[in-house]
Design a binder for this molecule. Structure first.
Ligand code: G6P
Length: 500
């Protein structure tokens, strides 16, 4: 049984995100559209609240259509994911001309903001055309959100508070501007919040973006702005002060803007912990080997430090040859943003590196690296998480990183494994009992892997039990409730209680 928290929300929630919680796929035979649900933690936590409060979800359905997409199919009867209960009238599709959308998504979101916000300005391109299309698509999202807001107001009952518009991530940093302006003109009151799922960079990096002030103004059109950790909040506050000259209060995390006081809040996201435990309990054993397994699971993205990771593993075999023949690295790399050149180049580089290291060390009965380039199902993933001896979560920079959390949730064995995490991931800030490893220091990283592989069982057990307890308590439902509490939309005593 998958548990959902039932939260007594006082207002309807309008979620606005680049992707809807499902994609639409065309059936090749009938040409009918059908929904394919997404499995992420965000969807698991947020969807039940949207469904229960009769809210709406505004987003892109994953396809472009020549006709406006109003007839969203209902979910498939076999769909048991949290999106299944989302009725078609609760979904508002945003679409754009394919060229404009590509320029917004691949050009500006993935080509500019993704590298810049991960503090990799050398990989960022700054093209005015992409920026113009970003502005345009954000306006489309704002228009659709206003339609959604109007619908919410029409059916709002007297006991409900004003709707909450919750905008997600770097794709939509401007939308709040127009929503605020037009909602005020049309007398459609709402509360607005923004949550960034990636890091917010320091001022010295952020200011490289030629239209930086517009971004800050867009975000500040909200009443509350959430980031994973306090450092990102402070970076944002700093940028507001230095770029826009806003009055700020660093202690209470407030920014004065346009005669309003905008609340900035650290809201570290969690995972659906219980769901991963259930998956791990039910998953079949996959590894048939007595060799120890070091596991890496990532989207194939240059922020994840994959090349550094492979080099560290190679260094482990050089420095500690006792592991040769006894330890393998299983790296699962999920294809991502394959239209972007940087991602295509990384794919080539990884293929070559895996080939070179395997060519150097493989024997008749053992290969050092098993490399999967593709998607794996949730059950299979849970089996890997459960049975791995070490998990390597070593991004160069990462907003949070949920793999670290999913790994510990699935570590249900009496003799648990060891988590290695990078200090440059949000997860590294809070998962204190993990081993920290700086991915840039290849030799040091090899030594940390060696330490993990040779750690005594009592130390592993102690570390893992503390890691698991924290993730169990601060799961994704806790994150959802913390957000709603910060918006004043649930009672104080609902925090910390999971109503099943
Ligand atoms: C990150 C972002 C998400 C994004 C995901 C996958 O986690 O914070 O907003 O959806 O990557 O990337 P994609 O470009 O495929 O949506």
């Amino acid at each position: 049984v998958i548990s959902h928290s039932s939260i007594n929300i006082k207002s309807s929630l309008i979620v606005v995100s680049n992707r809807l919680p499902f994609v639409l796929k065309k059936d090749p035979k009938t040409a009918n559209l059908r929904r394919v649900a997404s499995a992420g933690g965000l969807v698991t936590a947020v969807c039940p609240v949207v469904i229960k409060g009769n809210g709406l979800w505004v987003g892109w359905p994953g396809i472009h259509s020549s006709k406006p997409l109003y007839d969203i199919p209902e979910s498939d009867p076999n769909d048991h994911t949290p999106t299944a209960g989302l009725k078609s009238e609760q979904v508002v599709c945003v679409d754009a001309d394919q060229e404009i959308f590509d320029s917004y998504y691949n050009g500006c979101c993935n080509g500019t903001f993704w590298p810049l916000f991960h503090s990799m300005p050398g990989r960022a391109s700054f093209k005015e055309e992409h920026w113009r299309n970003y502005v345009k698509v954000n306006q489309y999202f704002a228009d659709k959100t206003l339609e959604a807001l109007e619908r919410c107001h029409k059916r709002k009952n007297a006991s409900q508070s004003v709707p909450i518009v919750w905008i997600h991530d770097y794709h939509l940093m401007l939308a709040a501007n127009w929503i605020r302006e037009k909602a005020e003109d049309a007398d459609l009151p709402c509360q607005m919040a923004f949550f960034l799922h990636i890091p917010f960079p320091p001022w010295d990096i952020f200011r490289l973006f030629p239209w930086a002030d517009e971004l800050l103004q867009g975000i500040l059109a909200c009443d509350m702005v959430g980031f994973h950790i306090r450092d990102y909040c402070l970076n944002f506050v700093d940028c507001c002060q230095r770029n826009l000259g806003c009055r700020v209060d660093r202690k209470n995390l407030l920014v004065e803007h346009g005669g309003r006081s905008v609340r900035i809040r650290p809201l570290p996201i969690g995972i659906p912990f219980d769901r991963f435990v259930e998956l791990a309990q039910g998953a079949k054993k996959i590894f048939e080997t007595k060799q120890k397994i070091i596991l890496g699971v990532d989207r194939l993205d240059y922020t994840k430090g994959l090349v550094h990771r492979l080099r560290a593993f190679e260094m482990l075999l050089e420095r500690h040859p006792e592991h040769i023949g006894k330890v393998s690295l299983l790296q699962i790399s999920v294809p991502s943003r394959t239209d972007v050149k940087e991602y295509q180049e990384l794919k080539e580089e990884m293929d070559q590196l895996v080939g070179r290291i395997n060519g150097r060390f493989t024997t008749a009965n053992w290969s050092p690296i098993r490399y999967i380039f593709g998607c794996v199902g949730q059950d299979e993933l849970a089996a890997y998480y459960r049975d791995a001896d070490v998990a390597l979560v070593t991004p160069l920079r990462d907003g949070m990183n949920l793999v670290a959390k999913e790994f510990v949730a699935c570590q249900i064995n009496p003799a648990p494994g060891v988590l290695i995490v990078s200090p440059f991931a949000g997860a590294g800030e809070m998962m204190h009992e993990a081993l920290l490893s700086n991915p840039y220091e290849i030799g040091g990283a090899a030594d940390v892997i060696h330490r993990a592989l040779t750690m005594p069982e009592d130390e592993r057990t102690l570390r893992m039990s503390r890691l698991r307890r924290r993730e169990m308590e601060c799961d994704v439902n806790y994150w959802m409730r913390s957000f709603l509490k910060a918006m004043g939309s649930i009672e104080e005593d609902e925090i910390g209680t999971t109503v099943m």
